[in-house]
Ligand binder design. Structure first.
Ligand SMILES: [Zn+2]
Length: 298
């Protein structure tokens, strides 16, 4: 059922976070304890946001039903419903990020200057759903799935809020919506103020171990943009293959609070070039549409 066995443990962690959420939802009556839990839960849920990203490039399971079901778990934790990131990110940002006039996650203002971190985070979060919908004009089948999954998620959340209003609102409305902003905030580091000349200079790489455990190797960002359909577990290997083409300036430390969790190694020198096949559009995007293993219908 799993496309890659490396996903077994992370899926267990994802489900454990959900089990904690539902325990808090059902058994905590004090609003301030609920608020404290909701606030603290956002840190481990950075993992869920990142994992949702990976799933929207390459679905976790080979069958459509578990893929759709796990998307409810992702949506309740991260605020991003099934297929929204496929459109916004895999079919939007990945195709357009070298053109800041078009990029769905653009970091550049219209005048060419760089947005501040929070400005970018709020703009990207507030425009996430409308931009995903807009990309869907070119991919109607994907957009139909987004519409159905979003409607079902809203119904589910409405039911949870109706049953236990304070807990439901704090855990399944406020927290996931805050994490949409949090997700955007985290992605500001990935591309802002990088030149947009080629895939090899347009991303910042974060090699800190903790960050890459937490995000399942999202720090190998050039490799991810080079071949977005490559499974997260294989990104360090792909990074090693293309490292010689990544300039030293394209390495960064993670943001707060992750920078407190250890060194962020940067290579001392770019290794001598080794032959790497030229990137073609097919290499870069054919696998990266987030369509691998897509169901034929909802
Ligand atoms: Zn991506």
């Amino acid at each position: 059922m799993f496309r890659y066995s490396a996903d077994r443990l992370p899926v267990l962690v994802l489900l454990a976070i959900s089990a904690l959420d539902f325990s808090a939802y059902l058994f905590l009556d004090s609003w301030w304890l609920l608020a404290a839990y909701a606030g603290l839960s956002m840190y481990p849920k950075a993992f869920s946001c990142s994992y949702n990203h990976h799933h929207q490039h390459l679905s976790l399971f080979t069958r459509w039903l578990p893929n759709r079901l796990i998307e409810f778990v992702f949506a309740l934790q991260t605020g991003i419903t099934g297929n929204t990131w496929v459109l916004h990110h895999s079919l939007g940002h990945h195709l357009n990020y070298l053109d800041q006039a078009k990029d769905e996650s653009r970091w550049m203002r219209d005048d060419g200057s760089r947005m501040g971190e929070w400005e970018y985070a709020f703009k990207t979060a507030l425009t996430a759903y409308p931009r995903a919908w807009q990309v869907g004009q070119r991919y109607p089948r994907q957009r139909r799935v987004m519409a159905v999954m979003s409607a079902l998620t809203v119904l589910l959340v409405a039911g949870l809020v109706a049953y236990r209003p304070v807990a439901g609102f704090l855990l399944f409305v406020v927290t996931p919506l805050s994490l949409v902003v949090g997700t955007a905030l985290a992605t500001w580091y990935h591309h802002s103020e990088r030149p947009t000349d080629s895939h090899f200079v347009a991303s910042n790489n974060i090699l800190q171990k903790f960050y890459n455990v937490l995000t399942l190797n999202l720090g190998y960002h050039t490799a991810h943009h080079y071949k977005p359909g490559v499974h997260w577990s294989l990104l360090p290997k792909l990074h090693a293959e293309i490292e010689a083409r990544i300039p030293l300036v394209a390495y960064a430390a993670p943001g707060m609070p992750w920078k407190l969790f250890g060194e962020s190694p940067r290579p001392l020198a770019v290794p001598p070039p080794v032959p790497v096949a030229e990137v073609t559009k097919e290499d870069t995007h054919a696998e990266g549409f987030g369509l691998v293993g897509e169901p034929s219908g909802i």
